[in-house]
Design a protein around this ligand. Structure first.
Ligand SMILES: [Zn+2]
Ligand SMILES: [Zn+2]
Length: 91
């Protein structure tokens, strides 16, 4: 059985070396976390080496840490827009 590189599992947050349980040519390889036995996939973010959660109907594109960091960026952008609107109303 082939194995992947070390990365954090989005389920248990452990640094693990997942087992490939289904090799996919066009899609991402289906992997299993050896610590919590959760189904995980490589994160789509090009600079990320962590693993996203797999589901019965939907597989996450990004790991939980990338989701959190992108969510944080969106929030910051929204706050900037709101701040700009408030500033314009004052002027
Ligand atoms: Zn895990
Ligand atoms: Zn990621």
């Amino acid at each position: 059985m082939s194995a992947k590189h070390f990365g954090r599992c989005s389920f248990c947050e452990d640094r693990v070396k997942p087992d490939v349980i289904e090799k996919n040519f066009f899609r991402r390889d289906k992997c299993q976390c050896p610590a919590c036995e959760g189904i995980i996939y490589e994160c789509r973010s090009p600079l990320c080496h962590d693993y996203a959660k797999g589901g019965d109907y939907y597989d996450d594109e990004l790991c939980r840490w990338c989701v959190e960091s992108s969510g944080g960026m969106i929030k910051t952008a929204a706050e900037l827009i709101i701040a700009a609107i408030i500033a314009k109303k004052i002027l």
